[in-house]
Design a protein around this ligand. Structure first.
Ligand code: C2E
Ligand code: MG
Ligand code: MG
Length: 775
């Protein structure tokens, strides 16, 4: 069964190409055996011809010589080739070889047949049988690569011989024929197992060679250096990377160098120091896995090498070597980046904080003071916006340079990000020294800079906090920041020391912020309403919604204190939404002719879906758009003009009226009146100051006339006295008035009463219906 399997496997198609070529190769390299075999057979054939006198045997003897010599020289030619036999060449070679072998076998068969049948000479019979059987034995050994060929040989050479023996007849001859048949059968088996052994040996040798090749490729292409030492401490493997990194010659492997030879060579090559070499040697002998890092003895090279030692199961060790210089440098760079500002190379916030912590610790118990100066550049943003970021960056570097120059070696400066710098001034005797440095910083940083051919001027504000016993770095920074806030509020270009009340103000604001967040949820807000009176009809035409906060502890808080904080906190959007909806709903309770005016802060006005907000408020309240007025200030018009224009146009298209509040307090650009779709202008009450003299009155009337001529209604805010009212209404351009004279802002219940009173009866023609003030 096994033999059958082997047989199957031996077919050319099933063999791997290299294996097949090697088998063919094994058959074609037998010049001398072939030559000697041929000559001996030819001599035997001649002897039989002579002994039997059969003339037919002479041509057979010649054929044996001719074919045998041809085959032998074919083999000789093959043996002389220098190239390895390829699969394709082997495929061409095999049939040629087979034809030669079969023809030769056929001639042998014919010789035996003619000799045995043609005579009774026992000697001639013995000669031809013995030589043919011997030759077949040789063929079985030579042709183990192709068993089929042997089988054909047996068929053509031994077949006629056995048949002739059987035909000759007689007990011994027939017996010999049977025995020979059995012998040939056994020979075939031997040949097949030889073939199997050879194929197996060849296969494993090919596999080993392939594996060795792969291992070699892997070893020499890995980025690490590798050395493998056997249990006796001799080098088994060293890859190319290792010898290159260590600057060693490749012949160390061939020499079977010991671990200490290798380490000595590394030391001689200047790749490791003698001390490192000693440690490495100890680790190779050690039976535990370990890592270590070495550096080059020559610091100029500056390499960091990582060594990994791994013991092997059967003794010996694997040493892995990696050049980690780049990784080390990258790590150093990252840690530098984490602690230094990339642009100015000054220490950053984290670094500064750590350093201050350390300095404060060392100063504990000393009676010297230190000061922390928080420096903020004024107008830096403008430089960035107008000249571009590269110029802004250069300016920051120049500022860092000037700060560095001004400080003593023991002082410390850092960049906190943006245009914020912090200086720590150590060991000062009085706060005057800190003030002096702050003054010098402000002056020096305010001097002109030349950046890319631009002359740039900026200013600086400084907040100063002085150390106190037990103060932490965080508190010091917080205090200096508060002082800086104050310095900026004081008009910039100055410095300010931290005082305790600043902390109280900040704390109060913080509490207010917390309360404000809760107030909306707790419904602590309320809307008051102040009427705007139509000067012609004397009736209330509109009521302005004004926010009030009923604080549980502090009582009613004015919107002037609420709105800026809500804006800073971003709460204004939610708060504004609530105000708008509440005001629209309240307006639905008023007489049909009365509108409601709602103040919009710039931030709220520029929120994404302002139109949707207004539409929704009108929808849920059921208020017609014509009864809603939105009051915006000039600062709302300043930002993003095209977008603002579009939003206003859309609101106007909806039917909502837009009124420009506090006109005259901001930029008072007359172009606003012309460029934006506004329906009302509210002249600020500051215009009423000094209205009893001619100039302010002329100014007010001029603005009112201009607005009226542009098709807008004109309102004057803050009318408190009858005289003011008379003066503004004298020329008839002002359409509406608002002020304490008519009514202070009042709660919703009260405004409803006022409206009922105002709209309940018809005022006499030409007279004003002045509603009394109650709040
Ligand atoms: P504003 O929109 O110009 O509102 C008029 C302010 O002038 C109101 O102050 C009002 O009480 C006050 N006022 C009216 N008549 C007189 C008068 O005859 N004499 C004097 N001295 N003052 C008068 P209020 O309610 O304190 O509001 C101040 C500002 O707060 C408002 O000025 C407005 O800009 C803002 N504000 C009020 N409510 C809201 C709101 O709901 N949303 C937004 N965004 N801002 C609001
Ligand atoms: Mg207003
Ligand atoms: Mg106003």
């Amino acid at each position: 069964m096994q033999l059958v399997d082997q047989k199957k496997r031996s077919s050319q198609e099933e063999l791997e190409p290299v294996l097949y070529a090697a088998l063919i190769d094994s058959m074609c390299q037998n010049f001398w055996p072939m030559m000697i075999g041929t000559l001996s057979t030819a001599v035997a054939a001649v002897l039989t011809a002579m002994k039997t006198g059969n003339v037919l045997l002479w041509p057979i003897a010649m054929a044996i010589v001719g074919i045998g010599t041809l085959r032998a020289f074919q083999m000789r030619r093959y043996e002389r080739r220098t190239q390895v036999l390829t699969f394709d060449q082997a495929r061409h070679l095999e049939p040629r070889y087979a034809v030669g072998a079969i023809v030769y076998a056929g001639v042998l068969g014919a010789w035996c047949f003619l000799t045995i049948i043609g005579s009774d000479d026992a000697v001639a019979h013995m000669l031809c049988v013995a030589v043919t059987v011997g030759y077949t034995g040789g063929a079985a050994a030579r042709n183990y690569g192709r068993p089929k060929l042997l089988q054909l040989h047996i068929l053509f050479a031994c077949g006629p011989m056995s048949v002739a023996l059987a035909l000759h007849g007689g007990f011994y001859y027939v017996g010999l024929a049977v025995l020979l048949a059995l012998f040939f059968f056994g020979l075939k088996g031997i040949n097949l197992s030889l073939h199997a052994i050879f194929v197996k040996a060849l296969t494993s040798s090919f596999r080993e060679a392939a594996l060795a090749g792969q291992f070699d490729t892997a070893l020499n292409n890995m980025p690490h250096g590798l050395c493998m030492f056997r249990a006796d401490g001799r080098l088994a493997v060293m890859n190319h990377c290792f010898s290159e990194m260590m600057n060693l010659s490749d012949d160390l492997v061939q020499r079977g160098a010991s671990a200490s030879d290798i380490i000595d060579a590394c030391i001689v090559a200047g790749s490791i120091s003698a001390a490192s070499g000693k440690m490495i040697l100890a680790e190779i002998e050690n039976t535990r896995a370990r890592d270590m890092i070495t550096t080059d003895p020559d610091p100029q090279r500056g390499r960091f090498l990582s060594w990994t030692f791994q013991p092997m199961a059967d003794g010996g060790a694997v040493v892995l070597l990696e050049d980690i210089t780049e990784r080390r440098n990258a790590e150093a760079r990252i840690s530098h980046l984490a602690r230094y500002d990339e642009l100015t190379t000054l220490p950053n916030r984290v670094n500064f904080r750590d350093e201050i912590d350390r300095l404060l610790e060392t100063q504990k118990g000393s009676d010297h003071l230190s000061a922390l100066l928080f420096v903020d550049l004024d107008q830096f943003k403008q430089v960035n916006d107008t000249l571009g970021h590269p110029c802004g960056d250069q300016l920051l570097c120049a500022v860092a340079g000037r700060l560095r120059e001004m400080l003593r070696p023991e002082d410390f400066v850092a960049r906190f990000g943006g245009d914020e710098f912090v200086v720590f001034q150590q060991n000062i005797r009085s706060t005057e020294e800190a003030a002096g440095l702050a003054r010098r910083i402000v002056d020096r940083l305010s001097e002109r800079y030349k950046i890319d051919n631009h002359l740039v001027e900026i200013g600086a504000s400084v907040g100063i906090a002085v150390t106190a016993p037990g103060i932490s770095a965080d508190t010091l920074l917080k205090n200096a920041d508060m002082a800086l806030y104050r310095a900026k509020a004081d008009g910039r270009g100055t410095y300010c020391f931290f005082r305790d009340e600043m902390a109280q103000i900040v704390e109060a604001r913080r509490i207010l912020e917390l309360d404000l967040r809760k107030a909306l949820a707790n419904e602590e807000f309320e809307l008051y309403y102040q009427p705007l009176v139509n000067l012609k009809s004397g009736r209330i035409s509109t009521c302005e919604a004004l926010l009030r906060w009923n604080h549980p502890v502090r009582g009613t808080i004015s919107p002037i204190d609420i709105i800026p904080i809500a804006e800073d906190m971003g709460l204004i959007v939610d708060l504004g939404r609530w105000i708008l909806r509440k005001a629209c709903m309240e307006c639905m309770k008023w007489p049909v002719g009365v509108s409601v005016a709602v103040n919009f802060s710039p931030q709220q006005f520029h929120q994404r879906d302002i139109l949707g907000e207004v539409r929704y408020a009108l929808e849920v309240s059921g208020l017609p758009a014509e009864r809603l007025e939105i009051e915006i200030t000039e600062s709302s018009l300043l930002r993003n003009t095209q977008l603002t224009h579009d939003v206003l146009a859309q609101l106007h298209a909806l039917g909502v009226r837009i009124s420009l509040d506090d006109f005259g307090t901001g930029y008072s650009s007359l172009s606003y009146l012309h460029n934006f779709p506004l329906q009302k202008v509210k002249i600020d009450r500051s215009f009423l100051e000094g209205i009893d003299s001619d100039r302010p009155l002329t100014l007010l009337r001029g603005v009112a006339r201009l607005s009226a001529d542009l098709g807008m209604s004109v309102v004057v805010e803050g009318i408190e006295t009858n005289e003011q009212l008379e003066r503004i209404s004298a020329d008839g351009t002002v359409t509406e008035a608002q002020g304490y004279l008519f009514s202070r802002p009042v709660p919703s219940v009260r405004i409803r009463q006022l409206l009922n009173a105002s709209h309940g009866r018809r005022p006499a023609e030409g007279t004003l219906h002045i509603v009394s003030s109650t709040a």
